[in-house]
Design a protein around this ligand. Structure first.
Ligand SMILES: Nc1ncnc2c1ncn2[C@@H]1O[C@H](COP(=O)(O)OP(=O)(O)OP(=O)(O)O)[C@@H](O)[C@H]1O
Ligand SMILES: [Mg+2]
Length: 504
């Protein structure tokens, strides 16, 4: 089934999200849709799935014009999507979420045995092994993402639209998804794929359409004709710029945080390390290594059950993120920014200023919208948050711009130690460079940074030293001289060495 978008336009108050944008999806093809944060990708997908009605333009299915007034209409026509924002119901089970619209029933009641069996079929397709009876709120971010994909598969669609499906996946999970996409393509599905990971896009797409400021700058170009450079040029209108690398320097600042033989409720054993003032300490590991869990324990979200944590040389017990921030000036930017990072209904200025209320209140005597705006403005500008004004509700921003708000919030907080989990997931290539420079600047200003990232190039550009974590233990430390090949080899070498040990 072929789907064509012919010169679609869509405006929101103060924003022209799409302007005569065109797209053509063919059966048996993977089509990449690319563009910077706020370029209009998700809006285009929402028009194709009946979430938004276009202000102008036409939608055609196999050459016949269609009109969609709801997502249900789209599903009925064989068009299904995994949206960028999460649409799962946290207190419903995995099976209930996957089959939400058509749960099997018997004598009027939901037939749970049948539902679980049916849902399991879709989980197997993507290689996710969780119990279908688990409530979704107990899953990891990556697992939730995979449940969303299973849900879209359950519609048996002929046109499948995937809006950053791999953003919170890494390694094996992303590979499983890529393999699945190839299978669906071989079965004749038309697949649209949005991702900011350029290598991934180049590897799996047959053709590409690029959006810039709501207009299509490339429409259905065969990927074979494309290079990384041409793609970037089409997206940002000029050539790529890479972040200025931090010169390697031995950290001489005072020790800010020290962990001594720390054990946690989630299973860490014997974790010892230090972070100095002004140092960026990287923590690298594969999925499931326990990096996010370590960050959570450091800020009191999970329990530390053994060993000692010291800040500025004094042993501490931290019970909550609030306490970490207010008493110890530790900021925590969690991996799950869609849930925790921002308050979607509030304006940008509120979100960015949220962590600095106390200071603002002290400075102004009370807290005002104008004060928040003054605090938020420089960060919004630096990260190029694309918005008509700082009064805009964060929920109305594009996915990547929401991420920028939650980052800006912590950058504005003036903390002494910043723990950042996957800072650039879902952030476009241009902003990624800015962000890397900003994190570097913050560290040069004396802030200690604990950086968790699965993005090896990011790790090599930013970190001063890299700790390697495997199975909830630290298995090595790699000095970083910013030479990619040598450093990444050393890191992977450490991981493989312990895997071989474990196998013997
Ligand atoms: N419901 C809405 N209300 C107001 N503005 C909106 C709404 N949805 C999207 N926009 C605006 O439309 C523009 C395009 O947003 P869109 O979400 O399509 O971008 P995107 O290309 O998907 O970006 P990203 O890579 O960050 O996900 C942005 O300026 C965004 O702020
Ligand atoms: Mg988007």
């Amino acid at each position: 089934m072929a789907l064509t978008v012919d010169k679609a336009s869509k405006s929101f108050p103060g924003v022209r999200a799409l302007k005569d944008a065109s797209l053509e999806l063919r059966p048996g093809e993977v089509h990449a849709l690319m563009g910077e944060n706020g370029a209009g990708k998700s809006t285009l997908i929402k028009i194709i799935t009946g979430v938004h009605r276009p202000d102008g333009g036409r939608l055609l299915l196999d050459g016949a014009e269609i009109s969609l007034s709801s997502p249900r209409d789209a599903i009925r026509l064989g068009i299904s999507a995994v949206h960028q924002e999460r649409n799962l119901i946290p207190r419903f089970s995995v099976a209930e979420n996957i089959l939400l619209e058509n749960l099997p029933r018997r004598a009027g009641l939901v037939d749970y045995a049948a539902a679980n069996a049916e849902a399991k079929k879709y989980l197997e397709m993507i290689g996710l092994t969780v119990d279908t009876r688990t409530e979704v709120r107990h899953l990891s971010v990556a697992q939730m993402q995979m449940v969303e994909i299973a849900k879209a598969l359950s519609h048996e669609a002929k046109v499948l639209l995937l809006d950053e499906p791999t953003a919170s996946l890494t390694g094996e999970e992303a590979e499983a998804l890529v393999a699945l996409i190839k299978r669906l393509k071989a079965q004749g599905a038309a697949i649209l794929f949005v991702s900011h990971k350029l290598e991934e896009v180049l590897a799996i797409s047959d053709r590409v359409t690029v959006l810039r400021d709501g207009e299509t700058t490339l429409v259905g170009e065969p990927m074979a004709n494309m290079t990384r450079g041409r793609l970037i040029e089409a997206m940002i209108g000029r050539a790529e710029r890479t972040a200025v690398v931090r010169p390697p320097k031995p950290a001489t600042g005072a020790i800010k945080l020290e962990a001594k033989a720390v054990a946690t409720a989630t299973g860490h054993r014997d974790i010892s390390f230090t972070v100095r003032r002004g140092e960026i300490l990287g923590v690298y590991g594969l999925v499931g290594a326990g990096r996010t869990e370590l960050a959570r324990a450091l800020v009191g979200k999970d329990k530390v059950t053994g060993g000692t944590l010291s800040i500025d040389g004094k042993p501490v017990t931290i019970r909550s993120v609030e306490e970490a921030l207010k008493r110890h000036h530790i900021g925590y930017l969690s991996e799950d920014r869609k849930y925790e990072g921002v308050v979607l209904l509030h304006p940008i200025r509120f979100n960015v200023a949220m962590t600095i209320w106390d200071r603002l209140a002290k400075f102004l005597g009370f807290q005002t919208a104008a004060g928040e705006r003054r605090a938020a403005e420089p960060f919004a500008r630096q990260l190029e948050i694309r918005t008509p004004s700082l009064e805009q509700a964060v929920g109305n921003l594009s996915g990547g711009n929401q991420q920028k708000v939650s980052l800006a919030k912590w950058l504005a907080a003036k903390v002494d130690l910043l723990i950042i989990d996957e800072p650039t997931v879902g952030i476009d290539i241009k902003t990624k460079t800015y962000l890397h420079e900003l994190i570097g600047e913050i560290a040069r200003g004396g802030v200690s940074v604990l950086l968790i990232s699965s993005d090896m190039p990011e790790m090599v550009v930013l970190a001063d030293r890299i700790l390697v974590m495997h199975d909830f233990r630290l298995v090595g430390e790699v000095a970083n001289d910013h030479r990619y090949d040598a450093v990444s080899k050393a890191i992977m070498g450490r991981i493989h060495a312990v895997e071989v040990d474990a196998a013997e």
